[in-house]
Design a protein around this ligand. Structure first.
Ligand code: ZN
Length: 301
């Protein structure tokens, strides 16, 4: 990505990160994503969610409360004595198919051997999930390489420092690449809010450790840990081929995550109240319009 006219300022990056922090606080948590994944095919009982996810009941319970508070999940009774509920995705939750569908599509491209079978185990019909990375207007692919940034200076005056930002810093260790889950690598990347922030910074051209650190306001040890995880997954590389400059470069696999980050922001723009708008508009260079991903089959829900 490169700016249309002016240089990307620190304020613009801060604004873009503030805009992504809202959805990240809502859904970028590995347990939350795991529950949403298991609710995609159908309504589930609490005990089914515990069994399918392999998570502790306490974790399932706490994330279900959180998801109901946000409005992503609702429940209805299936038994009166004793009172028991099934949990299901609301319209807001079903719209996350656009996000998880693109995560699964990305995993299918980069580890095709395991995704198909793990998705079947999870009861997911892969072809029913929205997976398009094409522009809704010109139908050309949207990639980090054919996107231009357009600044909206008026939005830079947003009171960024007045937000209440919940930062999750305790997350489990990186998931094994071979995990039996169709989004296991995505869970490592988007399993806490820092992953998507690092990706946004990298899409903006940030390469140096200290530049990531000051843009995100993250401690050195957490940043080091997350950069290591992304490097282990082959999303970041330590140096540009043929260059002596050391830094963190997005690999092709990393650039390919761009549509996932677009889907997260599209979902947030549609559903989150009091949305902090990014001062940066993403413009698709082939058609010159603000990016919208082709919805494909997600409208049929
Ligand atoms: Zn386009």
């Amino acid at each position: 990505m490169e700016p249309e006219s002016r240089v990307v300022t620190a304020d613009a990056i801060a604004g873009a990160l503030a805009a992504v922090r809202q959805p990240a606080d809502a859904i970028c948590d590995r347990w939350t994503l795991e529950i949403i994944l298991h609710l995609l095919p159908e309504a589930r009982r609490f005990s089914d969610l515990v069994r399918l996810s392999g998570m502790a009941s306490r974790l399932v319970a706490s994330r279900l409360v959180l998801l109901q508070t946000i409005g992503v999940v609702d429940r209805r009774p299936y038994s009166d004595t004793p009172l028991r509920h099934v949990y299901f995705l609301t319209s807001m939750g079903l719209d996350l198919r656009a996000v998880l569908g693109r995560m699964i599509q990305w995993e299918r491209r980069w580890r095709p051997d395991t995704v198909q079978s793990t998705a079947e185990i999870a009861g997911l019909k892969l072809d029913d999930l929205p997976a398009s990375s094409d522009c809704a207007f010109c139908l050309e692919p949207v990639t980090a390489r054919n996107v231009t940034l357009r600044m909206e200076p008026t939005l830079l005056q947003s009171p960024l420092d007045k937000q209440t930002i919940r930062r999750r810093t305790t997350v489990p260790a990186a998931t094994s690449v071979e995990d039996g889950n169709p989004i296991s690598q995505s869970l490592t990347i988007f399993g806490d809010k820092w992953g998507i922030e690092i990706l946004i910074c990298a899409f903006f051209g940030i390469r140096r450790f200290n530049d990531f650190r000051s843009a995100m306001g993250i401690s050195a040890n957490i940043l080091s840990d997350r950069l290591g995880r992304l490097s282990n997954l082959g999303i970041l590389a330590g140096a540009r081929p043929g260059s002596h400059f050391q830094g963190y470069w997005l690999t092709e696999k990393g650039v390919d995550l761009y549509p996932v980050t677009v889907a997260v922001q599209t979902w947030a723009d549609r559903w989150l109240v009091g949305r902090i708008r990014s001062p940066v508009r993403l413009i698709h260079r082939p058609c010159g319009r603000e990016i919208a991903l082709r919805s494909g089959n997600e409208d049929s829900v």
